[in-house]
Design a protein around this ligand. Structure first.
Ligand code: GDD
Length: 320
């Protein structure tokens, strides 16, 4: 079996490659890289991967890549995935996220890859404004996006539906709630807190941690559980349908901060940084993933405290 992972040098992509190598030996893993991609997340497995240079925003480049690989499964994880950047660079976010996916779908049509399953990394951020009486959120909840990023993910999600209906493309739409763990980029909430604590412990930052909105609530799953879910999605889920991947537990960001701080012996002051506040923040995400669990048998195995500790240790190792 040949699988193609877009975003293989990133957070979820590199963990997915680890998961496949360990649990599905014999699978040929192809990954898309750009000419300046950083490879630190895949350095430890690089010799086991087949890396192909491709720019998803370039239709010819995508078609050439799919012609070369002819994958049985595609995991489409490449994206502009940081919500605040989408306010500063909305067009770039739309281009990368939407056009990139259209180029893949069009290449699949031209190459008649109608048996290839393609998993789409859709997002709980699509729900945006969620009312207290709507949680836990099911797949039927209205989408009320609060960021350009959310709009781009809705487009990816519904393009998956439309290409399935129009042409029979086997698109599997997974709306994943927040996921975190080692290798997560340092701008996301758990990583930025963990990195700052590691910097303070090494004497590289004064004993102050800068934070944004601590009242928002998020449903976190460990990335290592999420990528197992992605694999199961391509094995068991129905193309065209949408599924939640979520832990089913929600925590205020204050809990994330307090738990990370509890792992450190140093006394650290908390400082709210106005630049970390958003024009409109999603107040609560809490997912009902019973549909996905029923079809796949998936359930998360890693507790949030373990994920937070592993992430802090990851940053402790990196900050010298
Ligand atoms: N990034 C960040 N930095 N967020 C902070 C901070 C901070 O210093 N302080 C508080 N927060 C709050 C944000 O306001 C938000 O409510 C929450 O922490 C989570 O922020 P992020 O980690 O940036 O993630 P996100 O929820 O905006 O989006 C993530 O989850 C989506 C799924 O719902 C990303 O991973 C998306 O790519 C993903 O689709």
């Amino acid at each position: 079996m040949k699988v193609l992972i877009t975003g293989i040098t990133g957070f979820a992509g590199s963990h997915l490659a680890d998961y496949i190598l360990k649990n599905h030996p014999g699978t040929e893993i192809y990954g898309i890289i750009r000419w300046r991609s950083r490879d630190e997340n895949i350095l430890h497995i690089k010799d086991k991967l087949k890396l192909v240079e491709c720019d998803l925003r370039d239709a010819a480049s995508v078609k050439n890549t799919l012609t070369e690989v002819m994958p049985d499964k595609i995991f489409h994880l490449a994206a502009q995935s940081f919500v605040p950047t989408s306010w500063r660079a909305p067009s770039e976010t739309m281009t990368t996220n939407i056009l990139g996916q259209i180029n893949i779908f069009e290449a699949m049509r031209e190459l008649k890859l109608f048996e290839t399953k393609i998993q789409l990394a859709c997002s709980s951020e699509e729900y945006g404004l969620v009312h207290e009486n709507e949680v836990p959120i099911t797949e039927e909840n209205p989408l009320r996006p609060l960021s350009p990023y959310a709009v781009s993910k809705i487009a990816q999600d519904y393009l998956g539906y439309q290409y399935h209906q129009s042409y029979g493309i086997k698109a599997i739409r997974t709306r994943t709630f927040n996921h975190t763990g080692p290798r997560r980029g340092d701008v996301f909430v758990v990583s930025t807190f963990a990195k700052q604590i590691a910097m303070i412990e090494k004497g590289k930052q004064e004993s102050k941690i800068f934070v944004g909105n601590l009242e928002a609530k998020r449903d976190f799953t460990d990335v290592r559980d999420v990528v197992r879910g992605y694999w199961l999605a391509t094995e068991h889920c129905v193309p065209g349908e949408v599924y939640h991947i979520a832990s089913g537990e929600t925590h205020p960001i204050q809990f994330v901060l307090d738990t990370l701080l509890s792992f450190s012996k140093i006394k650290i002051d908390v400082v709210q940084d106005p630049t970390r506040m958003r024009p409109s923040d999603v107040l609560i995400l809490h997912g009902d993933s019973s549909k996905f669990r029923k079809v796949t048998g998936w359930k998360p195995e890693i507790k949030i405290e373990t994920t937070l500790k592993d992430t802090l240790d990851y940053w402790r190792e990196r900050i010298k």
